[in-house]
Ligand binder design. Sequence first.
Ligand SMILES: NC(=O)c1ccc[n+]([C@@H]2O[C@H](COP(=O)([O-])OP(=O)(O)OC[C@H]3O[C@@H](n4cnc5c(N)ncnc54)[C@H](OP(=O)(O)O)[C@@H]3O)[C@@H](O)[C@H]2O)c1
Length: 388
Amino acid sequence: MKRIVILGSTGSIGASTLDVVSKFPDRFQVVGLAARSNAQILEDQIRTFQPKVVALSCPDAAKRLRARIDTKQIEVLDGEPGLCEVASLPECDLVISAIVGGAGLKPTLSAIQAGRQVALANKEPMVMAGQLMQQEAQKHGVTIFPIDSEHSAIFQSMEGHRKVDIRRVVLTASGGPFWDWPDTDLEHVKPEQALKHPNWKMGDKITTDSATLMNKGLEVIEARWLFDLPAEQIDVVIHRESIIHSLVEYCDGSVISQLGHPDMRTPISYAMNYPERVPLLPPLLDLGKIGKLTFFPPDTEKFPCLQLAYDALAGEAGLPATLNAANEMAVRAFLNNQIAFLDIPKVIQETMLTYSPSPLSTIEDVLDVDQWARRTAEEIMKTCGAPV
Ligand SMILES: NC(=O)c1ccc[n+]([C@@H]2O[C@H](COP(=O)([O-])OP(=O)(O)OC[C@H]3O[C@@H](n4cnc5c(N)ncnc54)[C@H](OP(=O)(O)O)[C@@H]3O)[C@@H](O)[C@H]2O)c1
């Protein structure tokens, strides 16, 4: 029986993880859950899965939850310290890190520092502080298992092979809803259009990141640190059908990839059960019926966010955290109808250009950069006419 904690249990990845738990009740016991403010969904999850401890980062929501459940049976913590406490529960074997954004950095780090194994969906902390997180993981004997479907595919395609033989990895990208739109139409994109992903059902932030291709940029940086590969060995190809989840090309010309229907329960289950596979039994992958798979090079002029991520990796150590923070601010403003879709890369680029390098040897240094970049992006957005 594996005892698990889910950070971000009320979100899309959290729900898919709990679905896997429900299918395999003999394998998993939920000991802790955490989210931001969604007390109603958390309450339902508590009744079904009966964890020992839960946390909400919003203290008012935690107060509402305490009034509705038996607090003699279940402890309700709040704030970031509460999240970190759930993440480092001694009676836990595996933490599923599925909070969205930089808010997941400290709780995920707490799990690592407490020596818990981590299954990582929350890519933003790896973008902000990948090197420091991997150093901590090494120090505490922690393996970070990827949940992102692309990184899971690479992880699976690397199994049994020598890393020195890798020529490059290729991340596949659906291209999002606007891949074939004329450039001029992108000026008028509305949030509800950006939130319609062609292949995946996900939270609002990652869905918007998929529409700008920033999601792929964040994944390039995530791959840099998860697999310790330089940017020159990480490529991206647009693959509209999201059937091939990514590829690893070896020095002898062999290319190994993992395929499957776009369903996050497959990579989640792989990370939770590693090295075993369990019978999720989705519909058979009928390639004859699918007929053809299509591929295109990414268009970084039309979607500059991907190039910005490569630029961040090539530059000063604080640039990925700057890029991430500016992106979070810009995406939120776009979803609130405060800036235009095409303003998102402009805000990020301008924030990155304003960055002046500072030492980045601790998590506190990273968080300083993060806070600075959020303030700077906010100032820049005022010039886009955003009432932030
Ligand atoms: N969805 C996917 O298919 C997918 C695939 C690959 C990778 N990922 C990555 O997985 C992460 C989660 O994505 P998602 O799509 O599941 O997002 P989501 O549906 O928006 O869920 C986000 C979760 O994070 C919680 N949260 C947000 N801010 C928080 C805070 N300040 N403190 C504590 N909890 C907070 C939310 O709680 P409330 O509900 O209370 O707000 C919710 O449980 C992201 O980093 C994303 O890039 C997602």
